[in-house]
Design a protein around this ligand. Structure first.
Ligand SMILES: C[S@@+](CC[C@H](N)C(=O)[O-])C[C@H]1O[C@@H](n2cnc3c(N)ncnc32)[C@H](O)[C@@H]1O
Length: 526
């Protein structure tokens, strides 16, 4: 199965295309129902009734929607695999009883993790403050591999206080001080040595702070989960090289963690923004790890970028487009005598990675097709079926007329196929960047506003900024998701290389780079 893939699409459809029993760990954080916003503030009867009214048929619908997806997730999990389903009070009980127990079986329930995120809550008269989410852990079978490591669980403050005076520089408390009772609260790493005060006991209540507004980890979309949360899950339920699937990927926290911890991964989301934000995040973090590893990945969008295909290595393009057409590529470079593969009906295919393919190509192909397999050629000719296919970005009038002539005069049918009939293609957005000097500070700093303007038929989704662009490292966003395309920076005298990316609704992107000189004035020098 191909992995390290970011896939745009409805996860139901994508999951159905994944092989059975191939995935080691699934984490899913599905949206709550259809993003209807309501808040139960008082929890009184009237309110609950109105809430039920608004949900008329709703929770059933939600459960059915999620259930058919979980069926597929269960199918793709290995026997040793496990699934972590993240939800909250809205639907946790329904999900556990109506989906998880039914599909995984009650016996395979492993635990419920309480993620206690501790926000500052507005607690109303009748309410206890709500500050946790629920993560249900189910295994596919009794052969599951979920091994929490005590090192990933910090001890409580009290434990530290009580024992730190006895601990050596590595945090070990020797047997001498090791009271029996301590073993129940602190995990013993090595009996002969005692225990390590820096390690806690893996428990199912996890206190990990919510991403607050000023947290540098925060990208700027709702429902982003903390890195630390995902790190625990990934570490305890997978090993290096294992395959992790997140079918509701969002901004890709799971994927970023999986990649960093050297797992393989598949991320699915139906939002193009989610897919692109995840990609930018992966690119951003490879910086820290470039020398260790930089996993390559593939991106599956709904549209293909014209320029990329047009300029792709011809052999790779041929092979790929024939596959997309449902045919079989010849699979060898060079010496093709004009035949690059066969269509599903067996007839030969020629691929031209060109625009305005002309009359001569059609004429020559007709000859090549006959030479390639004269029996098949005759058979198709008699049956009035295509004797072959030419695939190209476009054909000129001469080529079209030649196919008509061949058909009329010799009953030879050659089908001209535009690449855009096989796969949806689109053009990258255009992008323009302007700067404006907002103010000069007495200390020589200048405040500069950068304004990016993208142009795309599909519509621009967001911009991404790299204020310290280094071509050799590639694009590393300082700001991953900027919906308005405006950034302000205070810059001192010097030269700056800045890259700006515009991402459109098809997920296609363009980058513009500017060199900026801040001196007596501010000017763009490229
Ligand atoms: C709660 S968010 C996930 C957040 C993620 N855990 C993170 O840390 O960024 C849920 C995501 O599921 C996606 N989604 C909803 N329905 C989907 C579907 N049928 N197929 C694929 N993705 C879907 C939404 O676009 C959204 O990005």
């Amino acid at each position: 199965m191909s992995v390290n893939k970011l896939i745009l699409g409805d996860n139901l459809e994508i999951l159905r295309g994944l092989e059975s029993e191939t995935v080691d760990l699934i984490y899913l954080d599905p949206p709550f129902f259809s993003n209807r916003n309501y808040e139960v503030i008082w929890g009184d009867e009237g309110e609950v009734r109105s809430f039920q009214d608004r949900w008329a048929g709703g929770i059933d619908h939600y459960i059915a929607w999620l259930k058919e997806r979980v069926v597929e997730m269960h199918r793709v999990l290995k026997q040793t695999g496990s699934m972590f389903l993240h939800c909250d009070w809205h639907a946790d009980a329904y999900i556990r009883v109506l989906i998880l127990d039914k599909i995984f079986g009650h016996n395979n329930f492993r635990n419920e993790i309480i993620w206690s995120y501790k926000t500052t809550l507005k607690v109303s008269n009748h309410h206890l403050g709500r500050d946790h989410d629920n993560i249900f852990v189910y295994a596919k079978s009794k052969d599951f591999k979920i091994f929490p490591d005590p090192k990933d669980y910090p001890p409580s403050g009290n434990t530290l206080k009580r024992w730190s005076k006895y601990a050596d520089e590595n945090g070990f408390v020797s047997n001498k001080h090791f009271a029996g009772s301590a073993s129940t609260i602190i995990n013993t790493e090595d009996e002969s040595k005692g225990f390590n005060i820096n390690h806690g006991v893996p428990r199912d209540v996890w206190e990990i702070a919510h991403l607050a507004g000023n947290n540098p980890e925060k990208i700027g979309y709702p429902t982003q989960k903390p890195y630390a949360l995902m790190e625990r899950i990934v570490k305890m339920a997978s090993n290096e090289g294992d395959i992790i699937l997140d079918p509701f990927m969002g901004g890709g926290t799971t994927i970023a963690v999986a990649d960093k911890l050297n797992r393989q991964w598949i991320g699915i989301d139906q939002s193009v923004q989610a897919v692109k934000v995840t990609e930018l995040r992966l690119q951003q973090q490879t910086d820290l790890f470039t020398s260790v590893y930089a996993n390559s990945y593939t991106l599956q969008l709904h549209k293909y970028d014209y320029d990329t295909l047009f300029n792709q290595d011809p052999f790779e393009f041929e092979t790929w487009i024939i596959g997309q057409f449902g045919g079989t590529a010849r699979g060898k470079r060079g010496g093709d005598k004009g035949i690059d593969g066969n269509a599903s009906d067996g007839a030969p295919i020629q691929v031209k990675q060109q625009e305005s393919v002309g009359v001569n190509v059609v004429k020559n192909f007709s000859v090549s097709a006959e030479q390639h397999d004269s029996i098949l050629f005759e058979k198709n000719l008699k049956a009035g079926k295509p004797v072959g296919y030419i695939i190209a970005f476009s054909f000129n009038k001469g080529a079209v007329q030649e196919t008509a002539r061949l058909k009329n005069e010799k009953n030879i049918v050659i089908r001209l196929v535009n690449v855009s009939e096989i796969i949806p293609i689109s053009k990258k957005p255009k992008i323009e960047v302007k700067i404006a000097e907002l103010s000069r500070e007495p200390d020589g700093y200048r405040e500069i506003e950068f304004i990016a303007k993208g142009d795309s038929n599909a519509g621009i989704e967001f911009y991404s900024w790299d204020f310290d662009y280094d071509e050799s490292k590639g694009f590393k966003s300082a700001v991953i998701r900027d919906v308005d395309g405006k950034q302000q920076r205070k810059l001192k005298a010097g030269t700056y290389h800045i890259a700006i990316k515009a991402v459109d609704n098809d997920g296609l992107e363009s980058v513009e780079t500017i060199k900026l000189k801040v001196n007596g004035g501010v000017e763009i020098t490229n």
